[in-house]
Design a protein around this ligand. Structure first.
Ligand SMILES: C=CC1=C(C)c2cc3[nH]c(cc4nc(cc5[nH]c(cc1n2)c(C)c5CCC(=O)O)C(CCC(=O)O)=C4C)c(C)c3C=C
Ligand SMILES: [Fe+2]
Length: 508
């Protein structure tokens, strides 16, 4: 059986995030992203007719209270700096030192890094999710898949200069954010913590401890929340926090997603507007949003808010463009699927072919990530462009990733500043409640907040259905795994199993 298929069965069967009642603190914090009003507005005023995705909307959270406030450097009004390098990069509110932790994916810096990077990625239980009973297989499986996939990935990285630009760009973003915060009278030290490659999140945390940071804002560099990206990084962080005495006492807060922020939306609209001008007839161009995909089961079974946030984000960008009298056709598709299971649809390649048949001109907009990376530089700029031109697309263009675009960086700084008054507010109550130490609760609670309407998530497989159905596939997969496990145990304990009979005994 294809190993990826085998694993992907458990993308379906393994996921379950028990929903808990949405807590007010979670919703409250979402005010940093100005989520609810914007969402309702965008749902009411969907004017564009060519959107290919269902026009549903994230349910506004009823317990939300917008608390209008203006950031004052501290309640005492004092922002203290010191001459020492360590302290000069930190804001002291009273005696507190402030840090910002940017979370990102990380990428291989050389071709030799590719396989170990892939191993780290596939060893992540939020990327390949095995049921508890089979967790011991996570690392061997990750080893196998990473070795099998490495040659293809290496080709891609070789074609973009032999490594990922992610570390360089994220470091630049961190530096620009630091400068922007200083310019806004909020000096803070900015750290980068990658999930799958250097500098690892653990390394960033060690530095945070060495620097004696006492107030931390955690900011995933993904505009939209997904279990597989921000969720995975937050889960890791939660584990680190739980086991560390220093971190237990450090006040912190998390900005889980920020796609709805005005500054981000405006920055995206600016880039799109500028690229459209490069076409002969800008108004005839279809704006083609291409988001990184996730397996469908993440959204349908696990309640990942990623798809809903993506759609809302695009509505907000189109509304902003409309205000500028730009009323182009637009569409959203999902790219970069891995393995044979169903991912979010429509797929980018299939959509390009469809639009090519109509002779459209396309402006590709990478939407789920804020730096250039292998999937913009290779997949979009080379593979999809080639496919587009071959399929009849008239003209092709691509909007650059945001990188260090000033409006965007300034908005990230504003998000950090707006979150500061809440740093620690939740950590204390969490501590008292002996709950998660990452504010906004655990990832499960975070998801529950996004999923407030449904209350309880349906189990992955509700009832048995006859025929070639998802439930049949899942249960067959589970039965097959159990049978293999049983036979292996038999083999090892008795030395008389099927391998022995075939002359392939595991025992000497
Ligand atoms: C929001 C962005 C991303 C989501 C969602 C996401 C989910 C996801 N990814 C994989 C598998 C792979 N991703 C790889 C690289 C990669 N992924 C993202 C972003 C998201 N992934 C980025 C920005 C990058 C590129 C990093 C870089 O080095 O430039 C790779 C490795 C590259 C390759 O071999 O294609 C894999 C594999 C899964 C399975 C998944 C959801 C479950
Ligand atoms: Fe990915």
């Amino acid at each position: 059986m294809d190993v990826l298929l085998f694993c992907n069965i458990y993308f379906v069967s393994g996921f379950r995030f028990p929903a808990r009642p949405a807590c007010t603190t979670l919703c409250f914090h979402r005010s940093i992203g100005l989520q609810t009003e914007a969402c309702v507005k965008s749902c009411i005023s969907k004017k564009s007719s060519v959107s290919k995705y269902p026009s549903e909307c994230v349910e506004p959270i009823t317990s939300f209270r917008r608390r209008p406030f203006k950031w004052h450097c501290s309640s005492s009004g004092a922002v203290m700096t010191s001459k020492s390098e360590e302290v000069s990069n930190s804001v002291l509110v009273g005696n507190e030192k402030v840090g910002v932790l940017l979370l990102n994916l990380g990428g291989p810096e050389t071709l030799d890094d590719v396989q170990p990077f892939l191993f780290n990625l596939f060893a992540d239980p939020d990327i390949i999710r095995l049921p508890r009973l089979f967790r011991f297989l996570q690392k061997p499986l990750a080893q196998f898949i990473s070795v099998v996939r490495a040659p293809k990935s290496k080709e891609g990285y070789a074609s973009i200069g032999g490594g990922s630009p992610l570390r360089r760009i994220t470091d630049q973003q961190a530096e620009e954010l630091r400068k922007s915060l200083i310019a806004k009278d909020v000096p803070a030290k900015v750290y980068v913590g990658m999930r799958y490659w250097h500098p690892f999140t653990e390394e960033a945390i060690e530095q945070i401890k060495r620097d004696g940071i006492t107030k931390l804002v955690v900011l995933p560099l993904y505009p939209q929340f997904s279990i597989s990206t921000s969720g995975s990084s937050l889960r890791l962080l939660e584990g680190i926090f739980r086991e560390d005495e220093y971190l237990v006492n450090m006040q912190h807060t998390v900005i889980p997603s920020w796609y709805q922020r005005q500054g981000y939306i405006k920055a995206m609209a600016n880039l799109i507007e500028k690229e459209l001008q490069k076409f002969e007839c800008p108004e005839k161009v279809t704006i083609f949003f291409s988001a990184h995909g996730v397996p469908l089961a993440y959204v349908e079974e696990a309640g990942d808010p990623y798809k809903a946030e993506m759609e809302e984000c695009i509505d907000l960008i189109m509304e902003e463009l409309e205000k500028r009298k730009i009323r182009n056709a637009y569409t959203l598709a999902y790219q970069s699927r891995v393995g044979p299971v169903e991912w979010l649809k429509p797929y980018t390649d299939e959509t390009i072919i469809e639009l090519g048949k109509k002779g459209a001109s396309l402006l590709a907009v990478p939407i789920s990530f804020v730096s250039e990376h292998i999937e913009t530089l290779e997949e979009i700029d080379v593979e999809y462009k080639e496919l587009a031109l071959k399929s009849g697309v008239q003209k092709w263009g691509r909007v650059p990733a945001l990188g260090c675009e000033p409006t965007f960086i300034s908005d990230l700084a504003d998000a950090v500043i707006e979150s500061l008054p809440y740093v620690g507010a939740m950590a204390v109550s969490n501590l008292e409640a002996h709950q998660s130490l990452v504010p906004l609760g655990s990832v499960e609670e975070l998801l529950a907040a996004y999923d407030s309407k449904r209350g309880e998530l349906p189990p992955p497989v509700i009832v048995w259905e006859w025929g070639w159905t998802k439930s049949a596939e899942t249960w067959n997969g589970r039965a097959a795994m159990l049978a293999v496990l049983f036979l292996l145990v038999l083999e090892v304990t008795t030395g008389q199993g099927f391998l022995h009979q075939w002359g392939l005994s595991l025992l000497p």
